[in-house]
Unconditional design. Structure first.
Lengths: 220, 184
């Protein structure tokens, strides 16, 4: 069936292919498969590294917020008077009961008052960033004590896993196992656990806890 | 159809062998692994930074408890047995001085009275907290709890907190002076 010309050409082509020692198809396939395996494993490492970097960055921001909020709260409470723990409807709570907010009066001489007597309310509300988390807001007024729903809220902490971060212990009623020591000033127990992924997250929660001395209070 | 002329140059190019290709790939892999190593060293640095900031919060939180105490209540309990033991790590610290140590607390549970205790940090890890309370003179030399030598003000109580953790290359330290003035 083959013409003499085609048979001659085919033989010539085979001869040329044998003379040039390039890749065979098998060699090329083997090398590509090996390269693919190596690249796939490296790519998975890089992807997981990038993901954990993003996660670590977010967690760091949440932790930093909690620490900054606590520092500000400590500074304000050291100078404040009439500190009380309240629930979301504004009622004062008994010693040892955790509440959603605090009310305080900041005298004009304090650094955070802005030069005149300031009524300050701190309250938690549902976070707008994560549906199962909470955020901590600060409201101020020079006229009267703001409520948890007053306007002019400033957010200080987000991604809280609790809605009740505040508690005022007495010498007999403890807050998370912490009693007020004898001959001590009153102390506000603040527990601000932050978790970017909500309370049910398997990633460790960063638990910022402090007992802030209320320096204008009376000793026990 | 006309046969192509066979060029000597084409015959001379022999392409890469599989071994050469493998060597090239290994070199490439080493290069990429170096980049991955940069990620892992970043992770280690981040971990250490978290430990340092957590240890600082542990110290801050403990110092706050001293701020709430009365001057007379700032003291250590060094004689309650196992929970008040001062080991060589404690006595080997620069803040330690047996001669000026403030003792006299009788509580075995109050955390401000314990020389060495274990605290859980905000990251959930354990930290060793060493508390040193020493009389210190702002001016003059220490004579007694009520004297720094003639004409000098009374001694202050110097509280030094040292937070240790195996991952910290050096402990986190915090120091504050407390005077006998009311309200301090």
């Amino acid at each position: 069936m083959h013409s003499p010309t085609r048979a001659r050409l085919s033989r010539r082509a085979r001869a040329r292919a044998t003379a040039e020692d390039g890749f065979t198809l098998i060699e090329l396939l083997v090398s590509m498969v090996i390269l693919l395996i190596v690249m796939a494993s490296l790519a998975s490492v890089l992807v997981s590294a990038t993901n954990s970097e993003v996660d670590a960055n977010n967690r760091f921001q949440a932790q930093e917020q909690a620490r900054t909020g606590l520092t500000f709260l400590t500074r304000e409470l050291h100078c404040a008077s009439a500190v009380a723990v309240i629930n979301t409807s504004g009622s004062a709570l008994a010693a040892g009961t955790a509440g959603a907010g605090i009310t305080e009066t900041v005298p004009s001489s304090c650094a955070t008052s802005g030069g005149q007597t300031l009524y300050v309310t701190w309250c938690t509300a549902a976070s707008t960033l994560n549906t199962s988390d909470w955020a901590l807001y600060r409201m101020t007024s020079t006229a009267s004590q703001p409520t948890c729903t007053s306007s002019g809220q400033v957010k200080w902490v987000d991604y809280l896993t609790t809605s009740t971060p505040f508690c005022l212990p007495s010498t007999t009623a403890a807050c998370s196992g912490v009693l007020r020591p004898a001959s001590s000033l009153p102390m506000l127990h603040v527990a601000m656990p932050v978790n970017l992924n909500g309370p049910t997250s398997t990633i460790a929660t960063y638990d910022v806890v402090d007992d802030i001395a209320l320096r204008n209070g009376a000793r026990s | 159809m006309r046969a192509l002329p066979r060029s000597p140059r084409v015959r001379g190019e022999e392409g890469m062998t599989l071994v050469e290709l493998l060597i090239a790939m290994i070199v490439l892999t080493v290069g990429i692994l170096a980049l991955v190593a940069a990620y892992s060293s970043g992770y280690v640095a981040l971990n250490r930074a978290t430990r340092v900031s957590s240890a600082t919060l542990v110290a801050d939180s403990q110092m706050e408890r001293f701020r709430a105490l009365q001057y007379s209540a700032i003291a250590l309990n060094t004689g309650c047995g196992a929970s008040c033991t001062e080991d060589t790590t404690y006595t080997g610290d620069t803040a330690y001085s047996a001669a000026t140590a403030v003792t006299g607390c009788s509580s075995t549970t109050e955390s401000t009275c314990l020389p060495t205790q274990t605290k859980t940090g905000p990251d959930g890890k354990s930290y060793r907290l060493d508390t040193y309370i020493e009389y210190s003179c702002v001016s003059g030399t220490y004579v007694s709890p009520t004297s720094c030598g003639s004409g000098n003000p009374y001694p202050v109580k110097r509280v030094t907190l040292v937070v240790r953790s195996s991952i910290l290359t050096s402990p986190v330290r915090e120091q504050s002076d407390f005077t006998a003035f009311p309200g301090s």
